[in-house]
Design a protein around this ligand. Structure first.
Ligand code: OSB
Ligand code: MG
Length: 373
């Protein structure tokens, strides 16, 4: 099979509330939405980027250029017999994994529609519903934080992740833990600390956390291994694990006790499944992270999280936690016991609302096989 038409859109879709981490703030989705047509079928993907290189080095703008100049031509040139061939088509490309993932997701969805098979089935998923939690951004003060967490618990979430940074770490975590002694609780530092903070971070050991996510540099594994030896709480790597090789290095170095797998961060579902398998063989639990995706990326994450070693709750909240209106007609709703149901319809299951997608599109570009972009 060869791709016939590829369409890219930059979107602007506000969040219900701004999302603040240790290093940046996001007011809405600025993702790139990908549509691929071939053999009478359509596949959708999402590169869940934002305007600045604050999470990793990619931005909506860099991915837009990379897709048009390099990745779309490579995909047109590829003969795809299976979805894994998309990953192979990009093998020579260094980095730019969010951009690659946007296309790779669309190829998986396309194959699902052509075969009449759900994405979860194609990947080897074993669960009908996946446990999920909610990621809570930095708040103005502790009272505001306790109110926000209480609202999420009232909505049915049973696992909470707090964003932390120097000056907003020990006390907010203590306040949430004292208010809800049995809550499944974890924290995420988005690479704001250094090894000099080891003693400070060890205070978090008192709060019975599931994990401490990415305390040190975005591209570090070595210092995380040193820090892990000084903490009782498992370290979970997010930013640092950009490929199956990085996962293997982290596992062999004992740099973490848990891995957050985001398929966009690692270049797509093929790499994400490899990381799943490596962690499973090493006996290390994983969970599916999020990048505040629209319904398109969310469906991809839910399908991936149905694999057996995704044992901890994912950062895959219901659509209403992010958007007043999503760009799909079937937004995810929170199910029993803080879960999302895994779609069983062909492909990812995302039913794209193309009229609303048109409304939120700020730039569009398309190319056809054989024509020059
Ligand atoms: O580090 O996990 C992160 C959102 C954007 C960028 C990075 C991260 C996050 C989140 C939110 O924590 C996860 C979600 O609900 O999608
Ligand atoms: Mg994170």
């Amino acid at each position: 099979m060869r791709t016939e038409r590829i369409e890219l859109r930059r979107i602007s879709l506000p969040y219900v509330a701004p999302f603040e981490t240790s290093g940046w703030r996001q007011d809405g989705s600025e993702a790139i939405i990908v549509r691929i047509d071939a053999d009478g079928a359509t596949g959708w993907g999402e590169a869940p980027l934002s305007s600045g290189p604050w999470y990793n080095e990619e931005t909506t703008g860099t991915a837009w250029v990379m897709l048009r100049e390099t990745l779309v031509p490579l995909l047109f040139a590829a003969d795809l017999a299976a979805p894994e061939d998309a990953d192979r088509a990009f093998a020579r490309v260094r980095g730019n994994r969010f951009a690659r993932a946007g296309l790779e997701f669309a190829v998986w969805d396309l194959f699902g529609h052509m075969r009449g098979q759900s994405l979860a089935d194609m990947l080897g998923g074993t669960r009908a519903a996946v446990p999920v939690g909610v990621s809570v951004g930095v708040q103005p003060d502790i009272d505001a934080l306790l109110r926000v967490v209480a609202d999420y618990l009232a909505a049915g979430y049973r696992r909470v992740k707090l964003k932390i940074k120097p000056g907003w770490d020990i006390e907010p975590t203590r306040a949430v833990r004292e208010t809800w002694p049995d809550l499944l609780l974890q924290v995420d530092a988005n690479s704001i600390y250094t090894l000099d903070h080891a003693e400070h971070l060890s205070q978090l050991d008192a709060f019975d956390l599931l994990l401490i996510e990415q305390p040190l540099a975005h591209d570090d594994i070595f210092d995380h291994a040193r820090l892990q030896r000084r903490l009782r709480t498992p370290i979970c790597l997010d930013e640092s694990i950009v490929s199956p090789e990085h996962a293997r290095w982290a596992l062999e170095m004992r740099a973490c006790g848990v891995i957050n797998v985001k398929p966009a961060r690692v270049g797509g579902l093929t790499a994400a499944r490899q990381i799943h398998n490596l962690a499973q063989a090493a006996g290390v639990p994983i969970w599916c992270g999020g990048m505040l995706e629209t319904g398109i990326g969310r469906a991809i994450n839910v399908a991936l999280a149905s694999l057996p070693n995704f044992v901890l709750p994912g950062d895959i909240s219901a659509s209403s936690r992010y958007f007043v209106r999503d760009i799909v007609r079937n937004p995810f709703e929170l199910g029993p016991d803080s879960s999302l149901a895994v779609p069983t319809t062909p492909g990812s299951g995302a039913d794209v609302d193309t009229a609303f997608l048109d409304e939120v599109t700020v730039e569009r570009w398309e190319a056809r096989a054989g024509a020059s972009g």
